[in-house]
Design a protein around this ligand. Sequence first.
Ligand code: ZN
Length: 503
Amino acid sequence: MSKIYDRYREHMAEIRALNSAQGLLSWDQETYMPPDGLTARAEARAVLSGLVHDRTVSGELGDLLSELADAGLDETRAANVRETIRDRDRAVKVPRELVTELARVTTLAQQAWARARENDDWPLFSPLMTEVLELRRRQAEALGYASEPYDALLEEFEPGAVTVEVAAVFADLREQLVPLVAAIGETDPRDDALLRKNCPEPGQNILSRDVLKAMGFDFRAGRLDRSAHPFTTGVGARDVRLTTHFDERDLAKALYSTIHEGGHGLYEQGLPLEEAGLPLGEAVSLGIHESQSRLWENQVGRGPAFVGWLLPKLQGLFPGVFDDVDADDVYRAVNVVRPSPIRIEADEVTYNLHIILRMELERALLRGDIAVDDLPGLWNERMDAYLGLTPRNDAEGVLQDIHWSFGLFGYFPTYALGNIYSAQLYAAAQADLPDLEDGIGRGELTPLLDWMRAHVHAHGRRYTAGELCRRATGHTLDSRPFVDYLRRKFCALYNLSTGDVRA
Ligand code: ZN
């Protein structure tokens, strides 16, 4: 049987090589590719995607997997086979005609979205959004689902997650957060002006690299470059590409983008090398991936201990800029809560309400409870109900994000799931590591990394996200640690009593 497993591994190595080429082409496209290379690059990527699809649905792989499924493999090998069967089944179920039609329509929808947002012209985007939605609905039907079409789409990004369960956790989170946001809104506004003084890019670049090194990011197995929108790409085992973006008048932008992407990068670097190219060498879900980035960005990076360690570095790198401030000033500045219509500008407290709003609307769309043209009105109503503000126009409202033009329904929830998981994991790490906060204050961040390596990274896709979380923390998905963390932190920062902010 080990011969058949070897053949399966060889087959997967081909898919891995194609994915690696894809990853490198996409990283290069966002960093160094000259603009005129775009057309040829798009064609090359489309060809590679087709090859990955063909290798995945191939009968040869199907035969190997059926033989291996009943072969009594050890737990690790059985988990790889189980997850490959899952991936292949999903790929086989969707007709090729639907895949190409989705690629075609979403390309048009992206162009329409860009023009619609630029001109604040919802009717320009609405017909294509309707087409994209219809295709994704057909895809959900082809994939099958337990209780509603949204299940099939959520499964793509968060395997094992069930819509009704996630929706219940989010509804509860919303009930807890709305009063907290409102109570903070009634306090005197704070500002982050001290982060908006001129900090030249070379100093910011050194800072980003120093922080990544302190986190344990291995530059022998990764890089940091610049791009318009920061992202992380795992090109292959021991090759993880991070990007950030620098703004000389906004120190927090590069600093926290770098830490966030660094969290993603540490997860990629921590996946088991011996399983590279197989499911156990891959991240379990986008939610868990995001838990790693959010944990480093917020629980660590926006915490008092880290800020205390950071300040002397800032004073050394930017002479004169931070002379008159203390660590508490910086801590307050990096934790200003200010409801904004724009998701990507949102702080830790308001961010999740942006996500919850999107999931509620997506789910209603997929069920057919609302029509695409109901979106702008519903969007603005809920923005008011959850965040107490109304977008000035659709460009900063319903049109702000590109995701729906790609057909990415079921993707947004993974951001809030990441926040919830991050609080559960951090609380568990704190309980296991009594010296954690003091160590962070001394710049010793690797004990936390080692904990994540052992409890999260090492498992790849061996367990579902919920099961991984249960093993690491004692509980499956649970918003309480996250709500407790936010209440504790922000009631102290804004001099509120926790009784004032309960639902
Ligand atoms: Zn992220």
